[in-house]
Each structure stands twice: as structure tokens, then as C-alpha cells.
Write a protein that binds this ligand. Sequence first.
Ligand SMILES: *[C@@H]1O[C@H](CO)[C@@H](O)[C@H](O)[C@H]1NC(C)=O
Ligand SMILES: *[C@@H]1O[C@H](CO)[C@@H](O)[C@H](O)[C@H]1NC(C)=O
Ligand SMILES: *[C@@H]1O[C@H](CO)[C@@H](O)[C@H](O)[C@H]1NC(C)=O
Ligand SMILES: *[C@@H]1O[C@H](CO)[C@@H](O)[C@H](O)[C@H]1NC(C)=O
Ligand SMILES: *[C@@H]1O[C@H](CO)[C@@H](O)[C@H](O)[C@H]1NC(C)=O
Ligand SMILES: *[C@@H]1O[C@H](CO)[C@@H](O)[C@H](O)[C@H]1NC(C)=O
Length: 512
Amino acid sequence: MLCFQIFVLLQMYFSKPTLSQVSFIVNEGGMDFPAVTVCNFNPIKKSYVRELNASGDLTGATLEYLLQTNMDAMFVFSNLDRHNLKETHDEAETYFQNHTDFQIIKFLRTAGYDCGEMFLTCYFGGRRFDCCKYMKQKVTSLGKCWELDLQSLAPEWMRKQISPGSESGLQLIVDAQLEEELRGENGDANAIFSDIYENGFRYYIHPPGANAELSSEGISVSPSRTVYSAIKTVSHNLLNRRNWGNCSEKWPEHYNTHLYYSASACRALCIAQYFNDTCGCAPFTYNVDGQKKICAPYESITCMDDHMLRKLNGTDYLELPDCTECHMECQSTSYTSYNSYGDGFNRGSLDWLRKISNKSETHIKNNVAVINIFFLEMFYTSYSQVQATSLTEILSDIGGNMGMFLGMSVITITELSLFFSKIFWIMVSKRRRQYMYSKKKNEKEKEQQLDDAVKEFQERRSRRNSRENISSLSNYSNRIVPIEEFQKKFGYKNPNSAENLSSCSLDSVVSV
Ligand SMILES: *[C@@H]1O[C@H](CO)[C@@H](O)[C@H](O)[C@H]1NC(C)=O
Ligand SMILES: *[C@@H]1O[C@H](CO)[C@@H](O)[C@H](O)[C@H]1NC(C)=O
Ligand SMILES: *[C@@H]1O[C@H](CO)[C@@H](O)[C@H](O)[C@H]1NC(C)=O
Ligand SMILES: *[C@@H]1O[C@H](CO)[C@@H](O)[C@H](O)[C@H]1NC(C)=O
Ligand SMILES: *[C@@H]1O[C@H](CO)[C@@H](O)[C@H](O)[C@H]1NC(C)=O
Ligand SMILES: *[C@@H]1O[C@H](CO)[C@@H](O)[C@H](O)[C@H]1NC(C)=O
């Protein structure tokens, strides 16, 4: 029973069990505000196209082709018309040759709206601040976006939200500038459809330093709307491989990047590396750290068609590496948001917006949106993976079982193990066996000798005792002992007689 019990306990320990615990962590000083990335759905300004087309040789098809560079690779793969793709690619190549200073990444960085054009004004906790002072430019699949990372750039008072509610959070008043949209009138290129249906903005609430698109879903808001995003922080702490978990904190061996580790970034870079290895370039979607050459849409598609397309049971599917080295990140923070929308502006706010922006009422009605982001509550939920048992616990369980079944202790265990190890030694080593055999023989002999010695000694002692007695008696026989002395020594005393001696003689008893 005990052995079975111990087996079960050890089996449980070596299966490395884990369990999850949920804690609610109250931040006394306020909640660290996440980073917010805001993108305009219109990736390119009409005025920029005019500037680019100063020489007049930029066709609408080329422009569309250029804008497909940063679209989602899967969308491009499944939607692009392969018929005239080669043609447009060649056209674009000619354009690049005639404009040697043209660079695709520079194009993506400059085609979109500037910070000053996109943001009318910003507030944090009811205090107005200059948005563009703290904004950084980011290129995403939506084109040029602006990231507001309060943790690293902003002054102290803007880093934490100190009380719950919408008026303590961040408010951005944004201008969509729809008149800068390509419309296809008076010589301009036609409007370009990608996979986006609405006007306005998409904003991402994400941990500072993380890639906006990879670490959050994004929330859309269209002009003339007010959106309230109440956010909740959820943090996940997993155990790494050393502590029975499965997550990793560091990039796998051959990854060489400055990004923070996250499973999604790892997967993107893994696929980018696969593309670079097979075709020498990587689609924008996967090239998240920008270290590889960006594939033109035609290059991406031919690469996928030639090297990755597999036919299985009559249906096509794209074979990408499964990136098993990309484990979950050990520490991750995500922001879930609860959004509510309001439609239209009231009279007072229209007047106020007109005053701060110096724009017409029609422009405001058609373009302006208000984004509110705030913490719903001043605590966050943390999910932690912990070890379900420990060596100490297992030892005390085993100890308890031993006590229950045998009354055994550590000393008994030591003795038992010593005993078994000696038996094992004897079984294994011949010399040890011989040694033990001779030792036993020796011991037996010694015992025998000891026995003999003791016997002899006892015998001798008993012999000596009798001799002494006899000799002391014979002393008397050899001397002439006066009778009085003898009587004093050996005679009975008679309390009635004068000499106190009995008149009875022992002569008849002891023959002298
Ligand atoms: C560039 O200019 C030419 C000539 O004015 C015009 O035909 C063409 O549509 C323009 N391209 C774009 C993308 O606007
Ligand atoms: C590019 O430049 C060459 C020579 O300078 C010219 O012949 C050609 O038409 C130009 N291509 C385009 C698309 O303008
Ligand atoms: C850890 O990952 C391996 C595969 O890499 C999987 O088989 C195993 O179940 C995972 N363990 C846990 C605790 O998630
Ligand atoms: C990508 O491929 C090109 C061409 O094969 C190569 O020169 C370059 O070193 C590769 N880049 C990376 C990061 O592997
Ligand atoms: C292909 O189809 C056959 C029969 O329809 C099916 O048994 C098989 O599992 C399919 N293979 C895969 C990889 O789905
Ligand atoms: C506001 O716009 C008007 C006309 O568009 C212009 O004259 C005026 O200088 C502008 N005011 C400011 C403060 O920009």
C-alpha cells in the first residue's frame, strides 16, 4: 500500500502539474496608461499624389499597385487579379527606373496625413496638451499612423489615470480630412478599394513598445461620431520551461531583432524569414521589424504561387512554416475595451470645435470624430500560472504516508538505504563477498575463542576458591591451637554460663 501510495505521489510530482490563479491588483497610484495608435483609413492624400505626379508619368494603376504593398498578404494573395499583375508590375518598375530617388518605404511614410492635419486637439484628465509633441509615426497595413506612447515620452501627470471614468482619461479630437481622398475627378487617379469599407479612423490600444496590429484588435470610428472606449487591463503571467511551463521570454536562437518578444511577432518574423529564404524578400505584413527587403505585390504573389501553393484533395492551400519555436510570451498585457458610440454634434460643441479648429461647420460635421479612452476601474486582473505542487509538499506527503503505514522516519530511511546498498554491493562485488565471508569466519572464531577463554577463567576461579578454603582450614590443623582460642572462634556462646561459653564441646563435631 505504501509503495503504491509513494508511486502515485511521485508520478504526480513528475507530471509537473500547474494551475491558474486569478488575482485582482489594485494600483494605488493610478493605472499606467497604454499606448494608442491612430490610423486614418485613407492611406494617401490627394495633394501628395499631385506632388508625386508632378512629372505626369504616375498612372492610377501604378499608384494602386504601390498602395497594395502594405496590404495584408493574404488579402492580396486571394483578391489580386493575376491577369494584368505582371503588366502593372512592369509599369511600376519603369516608374522606379525613371525616378531613382523613389523608395517604397519612404512613400508609405509620407503618403498619409501629418500629425497636425489629423489631430485637432487632445486632452488628458481634462487638461489640454499638444498631441503632436508626443506622437510618433508608425507604418502599418493602414499606411501612416500616429502612436501616442504616454509612458515613455509624456510628462509625469499624463502617465497614469488616477481615477475611473471618462473625464479622467484620454480624449483625442481627430479630423478625417475626407476632401483629401482620391475621387477620380479632374485628372486624378480613381479611388482605390482595398479591404476597407468605412471612412474615418481605426485606433489600437496596446502595451507600450508592442506592435499595434499584432497585439490588439483595433476599434473603428467614423466622422461625426463620438466613441467611448472603457478599457480593462488583463495581464497574463505564465511559467517558463524551467518552471514547468511552456512560455518563453527570449527570442529563439537565430532571431536577431530589437522588438519585444511576443508569440505573434515571432510568428510574423518566422514567416518573413521563410519568404526571404525562398524569394529574397518578405511581404510587408510579416516584415514587422523592417530588416528585410519588402516584396512588391507581384513578387509576393509569384513567390506564394510558385513555392507555397499546395493542392490537397482538389483544393488549394498555402503552406507556411508552422513556427513551433514561437511559444507564448511569459508576460503579456492586453486591454479589452467596451465601446459605445454617439452620433452627431450638438450646437455648443459645433461652435466650440469651429473655434478651436478654424474650420467650417460643414467640414466639422463631415470629418471630425471624438475618441475617448479611459480605464473603467482602478484595478486589473492578473492571471498567473503557478506550480500545483512542490518538492517540500511531496516529501511531507510521503512522510505522512510512511508514518501512517510504518511509523518510519528519516533515520529509518537512511538505515534502510544503507542496508540495501550494502546488499547490492555484496551482490555485485566478489571481493566484498569474500571479505564478508572471511569476516564472518573470523568473528565466529573470535567468539569461540572468547567463549573458551571465559570458560577457562571461570573454571580456574572456582578451583582457586576451593583451594583457599582448604588451606585456611589446614592452617588450624598444622598448629597447636589453644582450646580457648579455638572455642572462641568456633564454639557456641552460652549466655548463661560464666565464661559465656557453652559447655558443649565441638570436639565431637569437628575432628581437629
Ligand atoms: C498624373 O498626371 C497625369 C497627367 O496629368 C494624369 O493623366 C494621371 O492620371 C495622374 N496620375 C494620378 C495617379 O493622379
Ligand atoms: C522613362 O524615361 C524614359 C527615358 O528617359 C522615357 O523614354 C520613358 O517614356 C519614361 N517612362 C515613363 C513611364 O514615363
Ligand atoms: C507545451 O508544449 C508542448 C509542445 O511544444 C505541448 O505538447 C505541451 O502540451 C505543452 N504543455 C503545456 C503545459 O501547455
Ligand atoms: C534575405 O535574402 C537576401 C537575398 O537572398 C539576403 O541577401 C539577405 O541577407 C536575407 N536577409 C535576411 C535577414 O536573412
Ligand atoms: C482527402 O480526401 C479523402 C477522401 O475524401 C480523405 O480520406 C482524406 O483524409 C483527405 N485528405 C486530407 C489530407 O484531408
Ligand atoms: C481662420 O481662417 C480664416 C479663413 O479661412 C483665416 O483668415 C484666419 O486667419 C484663420 N485664423 C486662424 C487663427 O488660423
